[in-house]
Ligand binder design. Structure first.
Ligand SMILES: Nc1ncnc2c1ncn2[C@@H]1O[C@H](COP(=O)(O)OP(=O)(O)OP(=O)(O)O)[C@@H](O)[C@H]1O
Ligand SMILES: [Mg+2]
Length: 435
């Protein structure tokens, strides 16, 4: 494309330069002819001839017989060249006689003059084609230099572009291929700040996230396996003991209770895991509707209070105004019960738990306050993670599996709400939900 353009330009420039030469030649010839016609005399002929002596142009003035009246350079070769054109020359207009600047040493034009019947003839102009050839050679050299330079520049641009664009792209392609094969150990250098740099950054982030998810998943599976194996050990152990027979009725009752308790714990765990799985798949939906707050919370209070009573604890509901809630009632109940369940589990006997509901502009604020064992400050950040339990042994003793709060958090967020915790070790905790 470039070559074609340059060739075209070259051609055009040469043509216009050559045209220029012809125009000058014709203009000069016409000029001489006009002077000759105005002041026809031998002196005028001499002057005209003299004027062209030094230039690389020549002039010949002929009479009606074709005899030469004046010539700017007495040159046999030149006369021989022109002679054939002069024989039988018949034109009453200015005319180019020789236009072939390629092969001929001169380009030639003829300009007829006519003073009176006895005095007519031609002013013949000749211009050496050497200057045209020189000009063409000069131009070709310039074009060759420009061509080579542009080729070199193009090559450099190509090299730079391939370094700046292609190489990072190839590296990213390799990185994504590695990712799709399950190898997340990808290191991309993110040096530039442009779109390519951003893309590399995103791929790196994706790789890091996938790596993190992979290890999280492994940890998660390990925790679940551990969670399930503990109750199973109890179930198998006590079933074996019971199958041996020779047990007192009291022992039998005790073992059965343990079996039921552990089975329930497994069932609870399964239910929570299923909920989590659904949330991860985004296959559960929150169906929001308006409903009155007070009856809703009173219902929960009624449901849960017996558990508190069994531990000699008090559950107080503070819900003053007639609020309307806009939420998924079933999910909200799950949220509140989970929080109350924690407050119950992680508090000492005789203590009080307060469930407070209030409204702030458009939002409803639900807090669960206990004065239980609290959460160490350095662990607060983790309690919403799946299967995270503060001091594993401690909540094992309380029967927790570390899923409740992660379910709560997902549900609250699915409602477009937020959850906050304030806790002091040994003093108690407050969980506040804004929905
Ligand atoms: N009100 C609270 N007071 C003190 N510690 C709490 C309280 N709520 C939660 N925690 C701590 O946070 C951890 C995570 O709570 P989460 O509800 O997720 O799990 P869990 O109660 O152990 O098990 P699950 O609720 O799944 O049966 C708990 O193990 C517990 O140590
Ligand atoms: Mg819990």
């Amino acid at each position: 494309m470039d070559l074609f353009l340059m060739f075209y330009l070259h051609r055009n420039i040469i043509n216009s330069k050559v045209d220029e030469q012809f125009e000058t030649l014709l203009a000069n010839g016409a000029n001489h002819r006009d002077v000759l016609m105005e002041y026809y005399s031998n002196t005028t002929i001499k002057h005209i001839v003299l004027m062209e002596r030094d230039a690389n142009r020549e002039v010949i003035i002929t009479d009606q017989q074709g005899e030469i009246l004046g010539i700017s350079e007495i040159n046999a070769e030149l006369i021989d060249q022109v002679k054939p054109y002069l024989v039988g020359l018949q034109t009453d207009k200015d005319k180019v006689l020789v236009s072939d600047w390629h092969d001929s040493p001169y380009i030639v034009s003829a300009h007829p003059y006519d003073i009176n019947t006895g005095q007519s003839g031609y002013v013949i102009m000749l211009s050496s084609t050497i200057s045209i050839h020189e000009m063409v050679a000069d131009l070709s050299l310039h074009f060759a230099i420009a061509g080579v330079t542009s080729f070199i520049v193009l090559f450099i641009v190509y090299a730079v572009l391939s370094k700046v664009i292609t190489r990072p792209l190839i590296r990213m392609k390799e990185a994504t291929e590695k990712l799709s094969e399950g190898d997340f150990q990808v290191r991309l250098s993110v040096s530039s700040k442009d779109e390519l740099g951003e893309l590399a950054g995103s791929i790196q982030k994706l790789a890091n996230d996938l790596e993190r998810l992979k290890s999280e998943r492994n940890e998660f599976l390990a925790s679940i396996a551990h969670e399930l194996s503990t109750p199973l050990t109890y179930l198998i152990g006590y079933s074996k003991v019971m199958s041996r027979g020779n047990l007192t009725e009291q022992e039998r009752q005790q073992y059965l209770e343990i079996i039921v308790e552990e089975s329930n714990r497994m069932k609870e765990l399964m239910k929570n895991l299923l909920d989590l799985a659904k949330m991860d798949e985004n296959s559960f939906t929150v169906k929001k509707a308006f409903f009155a707050a007070r009856p809703f919370f009173e219902g929960i209070h009624k449901l849960i209070e017996p558990s508190f009573a069994m531990k000699n604890m008090k559950l107080t509901l503070l819900c003053e105004g007639e609020y309307q809630l806009f939420a998924d009632a079933l999910r909200l109940e799950q949220i509140v019960i989970n929080l109350l369940d924690n407050a119950l589990n992680y508090s000492d006997e005789q203590s009080e738990v307060i469930l407070q509901v209030s409204q702030n502009e458009e939002k409803t604020i639900i807090s669960v306050m206990d004065s239980g064992i609290g959460i160490p400050a350095n662990e607060i950040a983790f309690i919403f993670e799946k299967l995270y339990r503060v001091e594993k042994s401690r909540s094992r003793a309380f029967g927790g599996s570390g899923i409740g709060l992660s379910v709560v958090k997902e549900l609250v967020e699915a409602h477009g709400g937020t959850i906050e915790v304030k806790s002091k070790r040994g003093k108690g905790s407050t969980f506040t939900i804004t929905i």
